[in-house]
Ligand binder design. Structure first.
Ligand SMILES: *Cc1c(COP(=O)(O)O)cnc(C)c1O
Length: 350
C-alpha cells in the first residue's frame, strides 16, 4: 500500500478567517464599501438562460474593458479567477528554471506555497530593518522574481525607479510585480511593460474594486508573455471565469468615478487611523495600502489580537519570527475604525 508515496503533498496556504457571525472584519483586506452600482443592474437584468452555455473562454468583454481602462491592447491583458489564479498560472508558465526564484522573507505567504506545489526552488531575501526591499539582493542568478508593491503584510511602497532597476538587471528572468494594493496611493509600474518584455504586472478587483467574492484578477505584460500564459491556461481549464463575473467585472471597471471616490474614502480613513494608532501607542511602517501593519508598544500583539477577537473585532496576526509583534489591521469604514479605537483604548489603557 504505497500509493501515498506518489501523492503531491503540500502544506496549503492559510487564508484569513471568514467568520459566520457578525463581526467587525478587519482581517483580510476586503473593501468595506459595495462594488460599483452598475453591478446591481447587471444582476437584476441577467437572463438566466445564458447560464446554459459555457462562458466565453477568452472573457473578451472583461479583457476589453480592462484594456481600455489601462490604455493597453487587449493582447496584453490576461484575466484569471482572482489574482491568486493569475499568479499561480504565471508561476507555472514562467518559473521553470533549475535556479531558485527570489522573493522577500516577509511577503505574501502564498508565494512559497505555489513554489512548493509546482516544485519550484526558491530563496527568500531579507527585508531591511525598516521593511524595505534592497534591490541589490535581486541582482544575482535566479529563475524569476516576485514581490508585491506595496508589500504585504507591511504596506510599504517601493518606487517605480527601484523596480525598473531590478527588471533591467534581470533580462534572463521574468519579474512579477503583484500590485494588489497599488490603487491606494502608489504609482503602478504598468507603463514599464511597454519597455521591458520580462515584466509582468498583476492586479486584482478584490481590494480597490470591492469584488473579492467575484474573483477577478489580471496581468499586464508584453504580448508574448500573455500568449504564453494563455497557452498554459487553455491547457488546464478553458472555462475558469463564469459569465456573471465577466460581465459584472466589465461594468465595474468602467465606473471610474465610483472607483476614485471609494479609494479616496479609504485613503482618508487610513490617514486618520495612522494618527489615532500613534496616539494609542502603536508603531508602524508608513502604509500605502488599505491596511496598517502596526506594533502595539504597551501590550503583546497576540494578547491584543485575542482581546479584540473577544470583542468581535477581527484583525490578522501571525505568530512568526520578525512579525510576531505586529497586527495587520485592514482599513474599514470610519465607523468600524472608531469601534476599533475604542476597543484598543480599553485593552491598552483600561
Ligand atoms: C489579496 C492579495 C492577492 C490575491 O487577491 P485575489 O483575491 O486572489 O485577487 C494577491 N496578492 C496579494 C499581495 C494580496 O494581498
Amino acid at each position: 500500500m504505497n500509493w501515498e508515496d506518489n501523492v503531491r503533498k503540500v502544506v496549503p496556504y492559510t487564508p484569513g478567517e471568514q467568520p459566520k457571525d457578525k463581526v467587525i472584519k478587519l482581517n483580510t483586506n476586503e473593501n468595506p464599501y459595495p462594488p460599483a452600482p452598475k453591478v446591481r443592474d447587471i444582476l437584476n437584468n441577467f437572463d438566466i438562460s445564458d447560464m446554459r452555455k459555457y462562458p466565453p473562454p477568452d472573457a473578451d468583454v472583461l479583457v476589453n474593458a480592462i484594456a481600455e481602462r489601462y490604455n493597453v491592447k487587449p493582447e496584453r491583458i490576461f484575466v484569471g479567477v482572482g489574482s491568486d489564479d493569475v499568479i499561480s498560472m504565471a508561476f507555472m508558465t514562467f518559473f521553470n528554471s533549475e535556479k531558485p526564484i527570489l522573493f522577500p522573507d516577509i511577503t505574501y505567504s502564498f508565494y512559497d506555497v505555489w513554489a512548493d506545489v509546482y516544485r519550484i526552488p526558491y530563496q527568500t531575501k531579507p527585508l531591511t530593518a525598516d521593511f524595505r526591499i534592497n534591490p541589490d539582493d535581486y541582482k544575482c542568478e535566479n529563475g524569476g522574481i516576485i514581490f508585491p508593491n506595496p508589500n504585504a503584510p507591511t504596506g510599504v511602497l517601493e518606487s517605480v525607479d527601484m523596480i525598473e532597476d531590478i527588471v533591467k538587471s534581470n533580462p534572463d528572468s521574468v519579474v512579477m510585480i503583484d500590485e494588489a494594493y497599488i490603487d491606494f496611493g502608489g504609482k503602478s509600474c504598468l507603463e514599464l511593460t511597454e519597455k521591458y518584455e520580462n515584466l509582468l504586472v498583476i492586479q486584482t478587483f478584490s481590494k480597490s474594486r470591492s469584488m473579492a467574492g467575484m474573483r477577478i484578477g489580471f496581468a499586464t505584460g508584453n504580448e508574448k508573455l500573455i500568449k504564453y500564459m494563455n497557452d498554459v491556461k487553455f491547457s488546464v481549464n478553458s472555462y475558469t471565469m463564469n459569465i456573471l463575473t465577466q460581465i459584472c467585472g466589465a461594468e465595474a471597471v468602467k465606473d471610474e468615478k465610483y472607483f476614485t471616490d471609494t479609494v479616496n474614502k479609504i485613503i482618508n480613513t487610513r490617514e486618520r487611523s495612522k494618527i489615532k494608532l500613534k496616539e494609542l501607542g502603536f508603531e508602524f511602517p508608513d502604509s500605502m495600502s488599505n491596511f496598517i501593519f502596526a506594533r502595539p508598544l504597551k501590550k503583546p500583539a497576540q494578547y491584543v489580537f485575542e482581546e479584540l477577537k473577544k470583542r468581535k473585532i477581527f484583525v490578522r496576526y501571525w505568530n512568526k519570527p520578525i512579525i510576531k509583534d505586529y497586527l495587520r489591521i485592514t482599513v474599514g469604514t470610519d465607523e468600524e475604525m472608531n469601534t476599533l479605537f475604542d476597543a484598543l483604548e480599553a485593552i491598552l489603557n483600561g
